[in-house]
Design a protein around this ligand. Structure first.
Ligand SMILES: [Zn+2]
Length: 319
């Protein structure tokens, strides 16, 4: 039997130069296509939903990346002290470098859960340097802090559409990814009308993000009163991952809440040796009693949760 290879080379040798070049190019293209999976290994997270709980010390900052590349930043870390919150550089130091490392040059949605400095302090830097599609803000009482005022004025001067987050709203982030806003409630100021820290925390925007059979529940600084309101109003609160409310404080993540959410994983965002004592030992005991595997940014650094629509895997930076 005649071998194919000598036959091919003999035929090629008879061809004019331009046809040889063309044949070479076609052959190389075919080789590249065949070897492509080896030369350029596919992104193992392609088609998956990613939630990163950044390590911003004592504060909150979460990033959602959808299978189609949509980006949602939820809070931006910052200092708790309202006098220094405006000068916090956690946005420059942590948030922006992380966005760059992910190749992100635009945020489709920015969620402000509530106006406290440890959630908005780093956002001024982000707003100055990243285009933002829309801002969704849980803040529903006038909040006169320098850090929050600066964020609101940047949103206005950059003409970014601004929407008040309220229970019942839904964001279709991708055809397959849906985020429901569970808090604050639509019916007025049910948690109070003063700027008491507990009241401001309870108005936090709470998001439940669904992909296939999996869910992420992102509580902001919601405390027990907000948990009660959501328990009464929303039938399905189940989630694979719970970003616990208020940095693991004792007045959040109640037994009733954990019994309904039934999370497999919990993420606590808090600073090492923070002077609030977050997370509270009683909260950690409740999470343990409900069989929840807990990751915390002060021990694990940034925590990445990846969903393929069926199951969620947890990848803490420091296991
Ligand atoms: Zn907070």
């Amino acid at each position: 039997m005649t071998s194919l290879f000598p036959l091919l080379t003999a035929r090629l040798a008879q061809l004019p130069l331009w046809q040889k070049t063309l044949a070479g190019v076609l052959l190389l293209s075919l080789l590249f296509l065949l070897l492509r999976p080896v030369l350029l290994p596919a992104d193992p997270d392609a088609g998956k939903l990613r939630l990163t709980v950044l390590d911003v010390g004592q504060g909150d900052c979460l990033l959602l990346q959808t299978p189609q590349g949509r980006t949602v930043l939820i809070d931006g870390g910052g200092a708790n002290d309202e006098k220094t919150a405006g000068q916090s550089d956690v946005g420059e130091r942590v948030v922006l470098p992380f966005l760059r490392s992910q190749g992100i040059s635009r945020l489709d949605v920015l969620v402000i859960t509530h106006p406290h400095g440890d959630h908005v302090g780093g956002l001024a830097a982000v707003l100055r340097q990243e285009p933002v599609g829309v801002v969704l803000d849980g803040t529903c009482l006038p909040y006169p802090s320098p850090a929050y005022a600066q964020v609101r004025s940047l949103i206005q001067s950059r003409h970014i559409p601004y929407v008040q987050a309220v229970r019942g709203m839904t964001l279709q982030l991708d055809p397959s990814i849906r985020a429901d806003i569970l808090n604050p409630p639509a019916q007025g100021h049910v948690y109070g009308t003063t700027l008491d820290n507990n009241i401001v925390n309870n108005y936090s925007a709470v998001l439940r993000v669904g992909y296939g059979r999996t869910h992420f529940l992102l509580d902001g600084d919601a405390q027990s009163e907000a948990e009660q309101s959501m328990l009464a109003a929303i039938p399905d609160l189940s989630a694979d991952v719970l970003k616990v409310g208020h940095h693991g404080a004792g007045n959040a993540s109640t037994d009733a809440w954990l019994a309904r959410v039934r999370p497999h994983y919990a993420a606590v965002s808090c600073g090492l040796h923070n002077h609030f004592g977050h997370p509270h030992p009683a909260t950690l005991a409740r999470l343990a009693a409900h069989g929840v595997q807990v990751f915390r940014t002060d021990h694990n650094g940034a925590i990445l949760f990846v969903s393929d629509g069926q199951t969620v895997t947890a990848r803490p930076f420091i296991p």
